[in-house]
Design a protein around this ligand. Structure first.
Ligand SMILES: O=c1ccn([C@@H]2O[C@H](COP(=O)(O)OP(=O)(O)O[C@H]3O[C@H](CO)[C@@H](O)[C@H](O)[C@H]3O)[C@@H](O)[C@H]2O)c(=O)[nH]1
Ligand SMILES: O=C(O)[C@H](O)COP(=O)(O)O
Length: 297
């Protein structure tokens, strides 16, 4: 994620972002949800089945080679209100991410080889489900990156809109990041694709800091692979009538620069977003065709 991506609306306040969206509803007076109207939702917003006042939150941290920052991230995540489980999914790291995370107080599971961020998220959600109590509402899932360090605690504002039922998924809007080298190409492509398939224009379509209900998470599975996960999830949820909201969070992470490594990373992001979108376009077309057939029958 980079300053350019972040600045496209998110250096703006939530209120400015809201003003850019004709179809946005407001939460209080601050920021926009995807809900009103949702032009392509095939069903009304699914009813929440899990709300209780005492609902807990699991933080899930997909992490590949994050040994330098993961301890601070874990400790900060543990300080978020309502959180009673911090789970690190070590996605086949070559460094000692798993040991550092465990020492910092996380529950840690590990992929024996690298499987990509989306797979780490699925593993994390499965492990949380195993630890959810049968007699309590399933935990909300708060996905955050491993490189947020101390600022991870500032994902706390993502919980309230979901806990309160205002949205099914709350997505962090980051401030501009020092050292970021993106040119908005992947971000712009993802934003336009999400808009064309859902009618909603997210400010930061690649933002992976997201809190969502178990019900919404299940509705978004199987997740799009790798770096396509955020765009795929947003499209899948909105098309099913779930409601998203972007919430400003004061986060700092390790942005991709302009070096070769940064450009290769962007190429992989672009590829994965395009694959996720293409699959969803195909599904949307197939849905329209089968819908027409059933009307003419
Ligand atoms: O194979 C991998 C690679 C990365 N990660 C972890 O995934 C997170 C995000 O990776 P990062 O290298 O920080 O990528 P960025 O490009 O900085 O990430 C931005 O863009 C991604 C989408 O392309 C989103 O998933 C992120 O949330 C968003 O911060 C970090 O915790 C990584 O350790 C894995 O779990 N497996
Ligand atoms: O650095 C970033 O923000 C991402 O890698 C996306 O790149 P982009 O800004 O070129 O879309």
């Amino acid at each position: 994620m980079n300053a350019d991506k972040n600045s496209q609306g998110s250096s703006s306040t939530g209120r400015q972002a809201d003003a850019e969206r004709p179809s946005g509803a407001r939460i209080g007076s601050a920021y926009a949800t995807s809900s009103v109207p949702n032009p392509v939702a095939r069903t009304p917003r699914p009813e929440r089945t899990d709300r209780t006042h005492r609902q807990r939150v699991a933080v899930v941290i997909p992490a590949k080679d994050e040994s330098r920052r993961i301890a601070a991230t874990v400790r900060a995540a543990k300080a978020i209100p309502h959180v009673d489980l911090v789970l690190v999914v070590d996605d086949g790291s070559d460094d000692n991410t798993q040991d550092v995370a465990r020492d910092a107080g996380a529950v840690v599971v590990r992929h024996s080889h690298n499987r990509g961020k989306a797979a780490a998220m699925e593993t994390g959600a499965a492990v949380v489900a195993m630890r959810d109590a049968a007699d309590r509402a399933p935990r909300l899932l708060l996905f955050i990156d491993g490189d947020l360090a101390e600022t991870a605690v500032n994902t706390a504002p993502l919980v309230a809109p979901v806990l309160d039922g205002v949205a099914d998924v709350a997505i962090a809007l980051l401030p501009p990041q020092v050292g970021a080298g993106g040119r908005g190409i992947v971000v712009g492509a993802a934003r336009r694709a999400i808009h064309s398939l859902t009618g909603w224009t997210p400010t930061q379509p690649l933002s992976g800091m997201r809190c969502l209900t178990r019900q919404a998470f299940e509705a978004a599975t199987p997740l799009a692979r790798g770096w396509g996960v955020e765009a795929g999830m947003t499209i899948d949820l909105l098309r099913q009538g779930y409601v998203a909201v972007e919430v400003p969070c004061d986060l700092r992470h390790r942005p991709s620069g302009t070096d070769f490594r940064g450009q290769m990373h962007r190429a992989a992001q672009y590829r994965d977003v395009q694959l996720a979108v293409a699959a969803r376009r195909t599904k949307a077309v197939a849905g329209r065709v089968s819908g027409k057939k059933s009307v003419t029958r």
